[in-house]
Design a protein around this ligand. Sequence first.
Ligand code: LLP
Length: 416
Amino acid sequence: MLDSNLFPFSNGVLCCEGVSLERLAEKYGTPLFVTSRNSLVNQYRSFEKAFALLDHLTCYSVKANFNLHIIRTLAAEGCGFDVNSGGELYRALQAGADPAKIIMAGVGKSAAEIEYAISSGILMLKTESLSELRLIDEIAGRLGVQASVGIRVNPNVTAETHPYITTGDSKEKFGIDETDLAQVFSLIGAMDHVNLTALDMHIGSQIFDTEFYHAASEKLLDVLAVARSAGFAIRYFDIGGGFPVTYDPQKPATPIGHFAEKLIPLLEKAGTTILFEPGRFIAANSTVLVTRVLYRKRNHAGKEFVIVDAGMTELIRPALYQSHHEIVAVKPHDSMMVADVVGPVCESGDFFARARTIDAVGEGELLAVLSSGAYGSVMGNNYNGRLRPAEVMVDGDDATLIRKRDTFEQLIQNEV
Ligand code: LLP
């Protein structure tokens, strides 16, 4: 849901901070992602404030939105980063992130990615299998260094969220089962080039109930006790990301302060630096996707379609997770209508909303698809030969182009 202070209506037009979305659409074209810089900063600061009592490092999960300007904005605030691939590590480093504040996840890191991470001097690599651990030891040995490693534990806690984004259940591919941990500890004990510095988990995304974190953290605390008794000096206790945001005003997210209140007393028991990996919490509501209505049509059954110039190639979340995104007219109408808001892609799943009550917009008018900042642009693609859109960041009255729109030439440039 938008912060109406950062996305106000001014003279009847929706703005991002001090800049009219209509003006931005005219200048940069549509579809267009527009991000409020101050929203990112506010969300990061509110997370920091909530957990201020804990010795902690927040590592923004860049997979949510990895535009260099977004990483740079958060790095300037002192934020660390969680990356999931060599490509994300490259982005973070290019944006000027401090390697000592970067952690790397990934259930299938390649040898090249592991080598890149170790030689970049990042804070730690989270390992998810015995085989990967052996490879890390071998690569660190070849490089003549000690790799700082965290074990991602699968706590077997099934968080209530969309099944595609629950990750802490033992039937999922993520993490190492509790039953294998004794073997992992003895293996690491015998390794020359691996330093076990962290225990880690990530139980899923958009989790409303603090109990799931509580239960999983308790399990991780048990693992911590075992690791310590095996002689490992664990310095970091990483509880992952997954903190929720409000997409649908009917389903308001649990406030972050509530998570802090429930979790701080438990996490203090770890006696380590606590790591957090929020992605969505920081990015989701910072951004709107501005799209123009191309056509309206009504079918034989009287069903109304609003066909817009953005689609599942720009924001795949409704198609993939049936997720709700609010849709508002950039210039609101007095009258409303019920319509399907659909994109130009040749898939029936290419919709933003079905049977939604929206402003009675006409052809050529602008709509804003809200809460598009996390897992929006980053999951975009060129299916149907679509050009990935431009992105703009607004800070007060200033708007900066932070990603140019793709060109036709770029669509074929790698095809040799
Ligand atoms: N840490 C790890 C290891 C993760 O895998 C993720 C997200 C995060 C942190 C950040 O989670 P967040 O705080 O953003 O919930 N595309 C889906 C979400 C996939 C999340 C994948 N992992 C969506 O659009 O809902």
